[in-house]
Design a protein around this ligand. Structure first.
Ligand SMILES: *Cc1c(COP(=O)(O)O)cnc(C)c1O
Length: 352
């Protein structure tokens, strides 16, 4: 039975990439040595790093005025590295769009004062007001809210740099890098295995500060400061190759829109399953939904698992159901989910 994995992260990776990784795990490009046994200072590994960066720059059209850093510690370490490195006045603004943005704020408060900005949010989409956005070092947004299933649909002009957590939408939809001061993303949703964090930062924002060496962007620019997550970077390079060959970020977006719209289209016809998000701000990658009953949600999870559909539970903080369909999820992952929801609904008497 084929397994469809709707995990929010770490999530499924392209099947052909995984097959190639398996094929060359014991001997990288005929060297007789596994990639996981190789020095991060070797020429073979350096060419992986160079190719990973070149592919990311091409895919996201990253200007030369930005540095690309490959770090560890997940998006979570960026919750503190961002304020630590970008502080000047030590006043920051954070747009509050959910659990991840709140976690980012909590860590920023260790380094200064946080002004909370409420998003503007209606059926036409989600954005934020720039009122009161001066004398802060930056404004922080979570571009795609993995848990709540919402996303920003418009980014206004601001006087201050915009910092974006793009963990769950990087490479899933185009992001105009030039609009941002800094973009960060944990790799495990759309890029590769966990253990790698990508930071894209405008060079002129990076200051040389008195910080512990790993925590300083200045020390991490254009060099591998210490041993990175070599395996994750290697797989990420292969995933980005796959994305390029599949037509790039625009092609990913088209597929993601198609998958999302199919599933939301089904909810419109369903008497049992209800979406939790309405309008344009619906995320392309994370779809939270429910039957309205915790017990029925649990029964559906069980039923879906028996059909090979796994990881459809909502985030532990909100419950309900959630399907995450990142780039590697084929269209069939959407149609199969709809089929299984329909089967469940048909076998389930909605009046009880
Ligand atoms: C998953 C996620 C995180 C947490 O990432 P880690 O790599 O586990 O630290 C942060 N922000 C967003 C938007 C996420 O989706």
């Amino acid at each position: 039975m084929p397994i469809f994995n709707y995990s929010a992260g770490p999530s499924m990776l392209p099947h052909e990439v995984m097959q190639n990784v398996q094929k060359e795990l014991l001997s990288y490009e005929g060297s007789g040595v596994s990639i996981v046994e190789m020095s991060h200072r070797s020429t073979a590994f350096q060419s992986i790093v160079d190719s990973l960066e070149a592919r990311l720059r091409r895919l996201m059209d990253i200007p030369e005025t930005y540095a690309v850093l490959f770090l560890q510690g997940g998006a979570t370490l960026q919750f503190s590295m961002v304020p630590m490195n970008l502080r000047e006045t030590s006043r920051f603004a954070y747009v509050d769009t959910g659990i991840w943005s709140k976690k980012a704020m909590t860590d920023a408060r260790c380094f200064g004062e946080v002004a909370i900005i409420q998003p503007t949010d209606d059926l036409d989409g989600m954005s934020f007001s720039t009122d009161g956005l001066h004398d802060v070092d930056y404004v922080h947004l979570t571009l795609n809210n993995t848990i709540e299933g919402t996303r920003f649909t418009a980014i206004p002009e601001t006087e201050v740099p915009i910092v974006a957590d793009a963990s769950s939408n990087i490479l899933a939809e185009p992001i105009d890098v030039s609009r941002f001061g800094l973009i960060y993303a944990g790799a495990q949703k759309n890029i590769g295995p966990s253990g790698l964090t990508v930071v894209i930062v405008r060079r002129d924002l990076v200051q040389s500060l008195h910080l512990p060496s790993y925590l300083s962007y200045h020390n991490q620019m254009d060099t591998l400061l210490n041993t990175p997550s070599t395996f994750s970077m290697y797989v990420a390079e292969r995933v980005l190759k796959w994305v390029e060959e599949a037509g790039g970020v625009e092609a990913m977006e088209r597929m993601n829109v198609q998958k999302r719209d199919l599933i939301y289209g089904y909810f419109e016809t369903s008497a049992l399953f209800k979406p939790l998000v309405t309008g344009e701000k619906r995320s392309l990658t994370n779809i939270p939904f429910t039957t309205g009953s915790e017990e029925t949600d649990q029964r559906f999870l069980e039923f879906a698992r028996e059909q090979g559909l796994i990881e459809l539970g909502g985030h532990r903080s909100v419950g309900g159901l959630r399907a995450s369909l990142y780039n590697a999820m084929p269209l069939e992952g959407a149609t199969r989910l709809i089929e299984v929801m329909r089967q469940f609904e048909e076998g389930h008497d909605v009046s009880h």
